[in-house]
Write a protein that binds this ligand. Structure first.
Ligand code: BGC
Length: 266
C-alpha cells in the first residue's frame, strides 16, 4: 500500500473517473471522502460501499464545487471527522456542448464555474489545510498533494465545446502557477489529462460499435480508456513514488495528443 492512513478527498467521485480514482486511492490505503454534487446520494453510497466491502474506509459528502460555502462546509466536515487532509483530487467536471454561435451565457458560465472555479475553490481549501497542519513526514514526503483532473483538451482545441476546452486550458495555468507558488512549502500540484475514457460524460462517443470505431480513429493505441486506467495513475501520482513530480500534466490518452491525422499524412 502506497497511501496508508492518508486522508483524500475526491470531487465528483460518484461516477466515472472520480469513482475509479476514489477506489484506487482506497485500495492503496487512503481514507477517501467521496464527494458528489448534491441530489440523491445513491451513486456516491455505491462507491463508498464498494470501497468498504473491499476493506477500505470512505464516506460520502455532498457539495456543489462551484459554491464557496458548500466547498468550505465539505472541507470542514472532512477535517472534523478525520483530523486533516493529505490529498485532493479535484476531479468534478461537466460538459454543456453547443456550436459557438448558439452557446448561451448560462452554458459558458456553468462549465467554467464547475470545471475551473470549482477546482480553484477546492484547491484553496486544501492548501489552507496543508499550510495549517504543516509537514507530517509519517504521511509521506509532501506536506500535501493536489491532482487536478484536466483533459487532452487542455492542449487539443475542441470546436463545439469551447466552454469545456477553455476550462481545461485554464486548469493548466491554475495547476502550474499553484505548483510554482507552493513547491517551497512541499505541496505538490499536478494534473492528469485523460483522453477518451468510457464514462457517462461521453457515452454517445463509444456506446455503439459505429461510434467507437469513429472514436478509435483519434486514438493510435486503438482502445478507449477505462476509468481504472486513470485511477491507477492518480494513486501513483499521489504517492511518494512520484514525490519529485510537480507542475506537470500527465496525459493518459492512448496517443490522442500525438496528432494521429499526421501518422501517414502531412
Ligand atoms: C471529454 C470527453 C472526450 C475526451 C476526448 C474528455 O475531456 O470529457 O467527452 O471524449 O476528452 O476527446
Amino acid at each position: 500500500m502506497r497511501l496508508p492512513n492518508r486522508v483524500a478527498l475526491v470531487t465528483g467521485a460518484s461516477s466515472g473517473i472520480g469513482a475509479a480514482v476514489a477506489q484506487a486511492l482506497a485500495a492503496d490505503g487512503a481514507t477517501v471522502v467521496v464527494n458528489y454534487p448534491g441530489g440523491s446520494p445513491d451513486a456516491a453510497n455505491v462507491v463508498v460501499k464498494t470501497i468498504t466491502d473491499a476493506g477500505g474506509r470512505a464516506i460520502a459528502l455532498a457539495a456543489d464545487v462551484s459554491k464557496e460555502d458548500q466547498v468550505q462546509a465539505m472541507f470542514a466536515e472532512t477535517i472534523r471527522q478525520f483530523g486533516t487532509l493529505h490529498i485532493l483530487v479535484a476531479n468534478a467536471g461537466i460538459q454543456q456542448d453547443s456550436p459557438f454561435a448558439d452557446m448561451t451565457l448560462a452554458q459558458w458560465q456553468r462549465v467554467i464555474d464547475v470545471n475551473l472555479t470549482g477546482q480553484f475553490l477546492c484547491a484553496r481549501e486544501a492548501v489552507r489545510e496543508f499550510l495549517r497542519r504543516g509537514p507530517q513526514p509519517a504521511m509521506g514526503r509532501a506536506t500535501g498533494v493536489i491532482v487536478h483532473m484536466s483533459s487532452v483538451h487542455e492542449v487539443i482545441p475542441w470546436g463545439g465545446h469551447v466552454n469545456y476546452a477553455t476550462s481545461k486550458g485554464g486548469i493548466m495555468q491554475l495547476m502550474k502557477s499553484l505548483a510554482q507558488e507552493l513547491a517551497p512549502q512541499k505541496i505538490r500540484v499536478n494534473s492528469i489529462g485523460p483522453g477518451a475514457i468510457k464514462t457517462p460524460i461521453n457515452t454517445s462517443a463509444w456506446s455503439t460499435p459505429e461510434a467507437e470505431q469513429k472514436l478509435l480513429t483519434l486514438i493510435p493505441y486503438n482502445r478507449v480508456g477505462e476509468p481504472a486506467d486513470i485511477g491507477g495513475l492518480a494513486a501513483w501520482l499521489c504517492s511518494d513514488e512520484a514525490d519529485y513530480i510537480t507542475g506537470q500534466t500527465i496525459f493518459m490518452d492512448g496517443g490522442m495528443t500525438l496528432y494521429p491525422g499526421f501518422a501517414t499524412g502531412g
